[in-house]
Design a protein around this ligand. Structure first.
Ligand code: URP
Ligand code: ZN
Ligand code: ZN
Length: 483
């Protein structure tokens, strides 16, 4: 058999096992997996792990400005950062603005994504669920391959009220989409923020006080109740601590199709990181916030038992030293006026490997499962993405599990001006990243031109088919009596 490229002598890792194997690539796909393949173009992977390209199902790239702020990554810089961090597929957000059309947002987003260096798909962020959006635009957009909907339960101008959430869940069920949720109690956060700031406590370190675990726990419980009543599959985004993971587990134990992710920032940072001199703590303002060291440790239990099945980056980049970024409301703004979000695409695999595998909390197969295989399966990207198998896209990462590296801003290859992990030493390093058999990152450099990435239209898939189970003998979405 002729190959375009052979990755030779590495240790291939999938969620199902670890094996010494060469990988033969033809036409951008994995064509052979065998101990000894021969060919003209060979990459030496001796001593390295060969991982499936990372699949990051929660990243914000080139999002339209909200208020004064601007996302510091477009699809060129954002996907360069992804490639540098061993990620070859991202799912980003086509974002409806209030009063705007969701269809127009998706058309605009396709244009923006033409610069992508890796493959991509879109979630549909619904901020204004009008009948036109829910009944006309959304079904057609889901059919076009954007098979997930994003809703917020908080944030002014973005968050939906309960009635809107219910209508959006119902429309998503009819259209056949997975609903992804930012779950936090808006009213409590608003009240707490006002009272904390009025007491003169304005520094970044008070941000976690306004978003305690209970605001997240309540919102997860509420969205789970809605999902149960309407029989809608749901993915809970950025679960920050064991208390809120337990709420997901309770809903799962009732048999619901509810899944959840956490992110490296909840595994590597704590609320103490916000307590830095001056405005430095603003570099760690994101929502839900970082919690305690005990919470951080407790999340691993829920990662190991499968309650949390995905580790995404929630890459939501804002420059620090910019009036369009963290300083949008001034260089010493109260914490509740600082825009939420941090960059994290390039750091996702290194932080997760270091905290998980190098520290003995998970094995390397589970690592691959969390950063590639399960996100691909849950978001309808399997079997093409997320694993190393015959016929799958040859998206591969050569990873040195023994190398140590110090994470720096320069090494993130993104458009922003900081990383919250600056100076952190981690074990494990991405040596090279291949997208469909061609390098996109090698020798410490992002290689190739922007625009190689392709849109991934996602067809219907079994994971997100509704269960057909309702708590009453009536299907409220279709308006039918259930026998
Ligand atoms: O703080 C965060 N996570 N900002 C990004 C938007 C979101 O909530 O996912
Ligand atoms: Zn969110
Ligand atoms: Zn997000």
């Amino acid at each position: 058999m002729q190959f375009d490229l052979i990755v030779k002598g590495g240790t291939v890792v999938t969620s199902g096992g670890v094996a010494r194997s060469d990988v033969g690539i033809r036409g951008g796909r994995v064509a052979a997996l065998a101990p000894s393949l021969e060919g003209e173009r060979v990459v030496d992977a001796q001593g390295l792990l060969v991982l499936p390209g990372g699949v990051d199902t929660h990243v914000h790239l080139d999002q339209p400005a909200t208020g004064a702020t601007e996302n510091s990554d477009d699809f060129d810089t954002g996907t360069a950062s992804a490639a540098a961090g061993g990620t070859t597929t991202v799912v980003s957000f086509a974002w409806q603005t209030r009063g705007g059309s969701l269809k127009a947002a998706v058309e605009d987003y396709h244009r923006r994504a033409a610069k992508a260096r890796i493959d991509y798909s879109f979630h549909l962020t619904v901020t204004d669920p009008t009948p036109t959006v829910l009944d006309e635009e959304l079904p057609a957009l889901v059919e076009s391959g954007c098979r997930s909907v994003k809703v917020f339960m908080t944030y002014d101008g973005v968050g939906l009220n309960d009635a809107q959430l219910i209508e959006t869940l119902a429309a998503s069920r009819r259209a056949g989409a997975l609903v992804c949720v930012h779950a936090e109690h808006h009213g409590l956060i608003e009240y707490l923020s006002r009272r904390i700031v009025a007491a003169g406590l304005t520094a970044p370190k008070y941000h976690p006080w306004a978003k305690p675990p209970l605001v997240e726990r309540e919102a997860i419980g509420r969205i789970a109740a809605m999902a149960e009543m309407l029989d809608v599959p749901v993915q809970v985004f950025h679960v920050s601590c064991p208390e809120t993971a337990a709420e997901v587990a309770r809903a799962q134990a009732r048999g619901l199709k509810i899944w959840a992710e956490t992110c490296p920032q909840y595994l590597a940072l704590t609320a103490e990181d916000l307590d830095r001199p001056g405005f430095e703590g603003a570099k760690f303002i994101f929502g839900p916030p970082a919690r305690t060291a005990a919470d951080r440790e407790g999340l691993w239990h829920y990662l190991r038992n499968g309650t949390l099945g995905v580790i995404s980056s929630d890459h939501s980049p804002l420059a620090f030293d910019s009036p369009k970024g963290k300083k949008a409301a001034g260089a010493d703004a109260p914490f509740d006026k600082v825009p939420n979000g941090i960059p994290g695409l390039a750091a996702r695999l290194p932080i997760t490997f270091h905290e998980g595998v190098a520290k003995g909390r998970i094995d390397v197969e589970t690592f691959v499962d969390l950063v590639a295989t399960r996100p691909a399966r849950l978001f309808g990207l399997s079997p093409r993405k997320g694993s190393i198998a015959i016929g799958a896209d040859a998206d591969l990462v050569l990873f040195d599990p023994d190398a140590t590296q110090v994470l720096t801003q320069a090494g993130q290859h993104h458009g922003g001006d900081f990383t919250p992990y600056e100076g952190r030493e981690v074990r494990g390093r991405v040596v090279a990243t291949y997208l469909r058999g061609e390098p996109v990152f090698a020798d410490g450099r992002v290689v190739g031109a922007p625009g190689r990435g392709r849109f991934l239209a996602r067809d219907p898939y079994p994971e997100i088919a509704p269960r057909g189970v309702f708590p009453i003998p009536f299907n409220p979405v279709d308006g039918t009596v259930v026998a």
